[in-house]
Design a protein around this ligand. Structure first.
Ligand code: ARG
Length: 581
């Protein structure tokens, strides 16, 4: 952790105290003095259980040891005298002076707001979204898209070199049905009007027919074989399908403000599969089994009886084969130090297998599987439309914007100056998309969360509208004042609400890097929620425009700092802010 943050500063002072204490010569090799934000902020800003842990190991009285350390610790220029609590916790209060200086520094650092860059910048390829062509991009893909985009933004902000890659499924068995449908049931006018919808209709129609008609299923398989064999007609239909699908997807990504550096879909790896498998056989990593080619993990407890199939007995390649070629490309060509996969939890086994196979090949890059749970309907079952179909992402986003528009109209029914239609549309877009994203990001990714419009669009509670509204409040102070923030001022930390707000603001720098340990954007979301609450308490108790002189200047600076942290924090989640709502 960066040495300028409060926990690291306190850790160093604490360590120095132990080094001067009666246990100095007994400190174990691996002794450390971790300092955490206090669990109960009534008793401190930060706390450490280091004395308790050590006392247990050395069979000493924990409270006595903590008391000795508190007597020895030098907190000059950083914190007020430490206190012992409960069975031997050491509690710290940061001094008002250090809080003020930290917020002043944050205000002077508009680009980073005090967040230290990563010690070791890495090249990180992030594989997310990755929907399948001619199949609907459903709300399950939304989790991957939103979480992946947020992780990409945060990793970039921390100074990593991030490459986002949309590994779309553009070469699956679904093309057998799509090709058959195209040749027999294509509605040209419908294709013209909404190509993605027509492809999906074809796929569903043929899929339905094939269930009861084996000959038809066979015909689909033949179409697929022809495509894979390079048949010119099928290839040209396939190319068109992929093109129109990409255009349809692009519309959704534009709406979501999600960008990819690459779209290296499955088909990109086609000509790399045969040589890859040959190489794996030659090096003894893969072997024949019943006519198929497999990689066995006999030495690996979990995977001992779960070999990865990489070539079928009919010569066909599989999802795993493509993923192994993908790893090779990302490591060798894109020079990745790390590859992150944001993919639903049901694919755990697949990734366990390909990571284990990559390890056998000598890949040393860090490969991380970042799974997530499901989205449930209000009935706690998998989210479905009323007619029982999978819910499509494009429809969800359109509905979000429409509903957000209503919320804004209701909220502003009593205003004398109504927003223009364009303004309302723009704010509705920001709030609607923001709400869907925030509902996702404020949950731990493994949580199966319930998709509920009323909850996610509520103006109160842990929601995007609440956070964006908090930002709007900070801006309206400057609007009412008739003047923006003039520049860095001296911060005065006097009232308890000023103190809490200054501490929260300073902690932005601690939270952002933590998101990447175990990939939890929800830490940042919940931090922003707490910041907004802390700001509201400050705003209710500490008049800003009615105060004067240095006090007013300081309070305006606290408002400005809150404004910047909220905006940047939401931006790192991929959520835009509105200036008014
Ligand atoms: N297209 C896949 C799906 O929708 C996800 C691909 C994830 N990425 C990967 N490299 N396998 O399930």
């Amino acid at each position: 952790m960066n040495s300028s943050l409060f926990p690291s500063l306190l850790e160093a002072r604490l360590r120095a105290a132990f080094d001067r204490s009666s246990v100095a010569s007994d400190l174990p090799e691996d002794f450390s003095t971790p300092v955490m934000p206090a669990a109960d902020t009534r008793f401190g800003d930060y706390q450490s259980n280091a004395a308790m842990v050590l006392a247990k190991r050395l069979k000493r009285n924990p409270r006595e040891l903590a008391t000795e350390i508190v007597g020895l610790i030098d907190l000059e220029g950083l914190a007020k005298p430490a206190e012992v609590a409960g069975p031997g916790f050491i509690n710290f209060w940061i001094s008002e002076k250090s809080l003020a200086t930290t917020v002043e520094t944050l205000l002077g650092d508009d680009a980073r707001l005090g967040v230290p860059p990563a010690d070791e910048p890495h090249t990180i390829v992030i594989d997310f979204s990755a929907p399948n062509v001619a199949k609907p991009m459903h709300v399950g893909h939304i989790r991957s898209t939103i979480i992946g985009d947020s992780l990409a933004r945060i990793a970039r902000f921390l100074g990593h070199s991030v490459i986002t890659d949309n590994h779309i499924g553009d070469w699956g068995t679904q093309f057998g049905m799509v090709l058959y449908g195209w040749k027999n049931f294509l509605d040209e006018a419908a294709l013209e009007a909404d190509p993605v919808k027509e492809l999906l209709r074809l796929y569903r129609h043929v899929n339905g027919l094939a269930k009861a008609d084996e000959a038809l299923l066979d015909a689909c398989k033949q179409e697929l074989v022809k495509l894979q064999g390079g048949d010119a007609e099928n290839l040209s239909i396939w190319t068109r399908c992929v093109e129109v699908s990409k255009q349809g997807l692009q519309r959704i990504y534009d709406l979501l403000d999600v960008k990819f550096d690459h779209w290296l879909g499955e088909s990109f790896y086609n000509d790399k599969l045969a040589p890859l498998v040959d190489g794996l056989i030659a090096s003894g990593i893969a072997e024949e089994s019943d006519g198929a080619i497999c990689i066995f993990f006999r030495e690996d407890g979990r995977l001992a009886d779960k070999p990865a199939l990489i070539r079928k007995s009919d010569g066909g390649f599989l999802y795993a084969t493509t993923d192994l070629a993908t790893i090779e490309y990302r490591v060798n060509e894109l020079k990745a130090d790390e590859v992150w996969y944001v993919v639903g939890a049901p694919q755990q086994l697949h990734f366990d297998q390909i990571f284990a196979a990559a390890q056998k090949q000598g890949v040393t890059a860090t490969l991380a599987f970042i799974p997530f749970g499901s989205i449930l309907g209000k009935d706690k079952k998998m989210l479905r439309t009323r007619s029982g179909d999978t819910v499509q992402l494009a429809d969800v986003l359109d509905e979000a914007i429409e509903r957000a528009g209503k919320v804004i109209e209701e909220k502003n029914a009593e205003r004398d100056t109504a927003f223009s239609a364009e303004e309302t549309a723009e704010i509705a877009r920001i709030i609607g998309i923001g709400s869907v994203k925030y509902a996702e990001l404020s949950q731990h990714r493994m949580t199966d969360y319930i998709f509920d419009w009323d909850t996610m669009l509520a103006l109160k509670g842990n929601t995007a509208p609440y956070l964006i509204n908090a930002y709007v409040r900070t801006r309206s102070i400057f609007r009412k004042r008739g003047e923006g923030f003039g520049g860095a001022e001296r911060i005065l930390v006097e009232a308890p609400q000023e103190r809490s707000l200054a501490l929260k603001l300073a902690q932005f720098a601690e939270i952002v890097p933590q998101v990447l340990s175990d990939f939890r954007p929800n830490l940042l979301a919940n931090y922003l929620y707490e910041l907004a609450n802390t700001f509201h308490a400050f705003y209710e108790n500490c008049p800003v425009l009615k105060s004067e002189g240095d006090v007013q200047a300081s309070r305006l600076a606290l408002c400005e700092a809150t404004s910047r942290v909220l905006r940047k924090g939401l931006e790192l989640l991929g959520i835009q802010v509105a200036e008014q709502m």
